[in-house]
Design a protein around this ligand. Structure first.
Ligand SMILES: [Fe+2]
Length: 179
């Protein structure tokens, strides 16, 4: 279950109803897939072969197609990041820039953990959404954000795209953002 930390106040928001309400108020779609559906050999496995990735996609085929039909996604894939990922330090540094996209950024976490840092309205400011297996989130189109890993530095996620070619990050220089 996702948890929220509001950076300006350090307030934490926990519990399904509270998290859903907060994210809904900030136009962030939040859903949940059953993480126990994954076969045991794919749970908390971060060294995935192409067959493993395809098995993750087929395990959640119903959920993926349901989300895609509601939201217009046309393609999907599986990404994994861990200490075994080449250039992980460089990649993470590259990720940690606030940016926007011209379509929403949807991720379904199937193993590990990760954080989306998203800019809310003027009053809220930036908030962290801490994600774990089963959490499905969509950062709205145009919302300044970035993604990083948590302490265990491991994640597997399904990504869904409307236009894979058009999914480009635009840097968002924000003097109000404090790391
Ligand atoms: Fe992004």
């Amino acid at each position: 279950m996702a948890e929220i930390r509001i950076r300006n106040t350090n307030e934490r928001i926990k519990g399904e109803d509270n998290v859903r309400q907060f994210l809904g108020n900030n136009n962030v779609i939040y859903e949940h897939w059953d993480p126990s559906k994954l076969p045991a050999h794919l749970q908390e496995n971060f060294a995935l072969s192409d067959d493993d990735k395809n098995e993750i996609l087929s395990t959640y085929d119903g959920e993926i197609r349901d989300l895609a039909s509601r939201r217009g996604y046309k393609t999907w894939d599986v990404i994994t990041l861990s200490e075994a990922t080449p250039n992980i330090e460089e990649l993470l540094k590259k990720f940690e820039n606030v940016h926007t996209h011209t379509e929403d950024e949807v991720r379904a976490i199937t193993a590990g953990r990760g954080i989306f840092i998203i800019k809310g309205d003027e009053n809220t400011g930036y908030f962290d959404v801490e994600l774990e297996a089963g959490d499905v989130i969509s950062v709205p189109e145009g919302a300044p954000h970035f993604f990083t890993l948590m302490d265990n530095r491991k994640i597997v996620a399904v990504r869904l795209f409307i236009e894979p070619e058009g999914w480009i990050a635009q840097n968002y220089d924000d003097p109000t953002f404090v790391k």
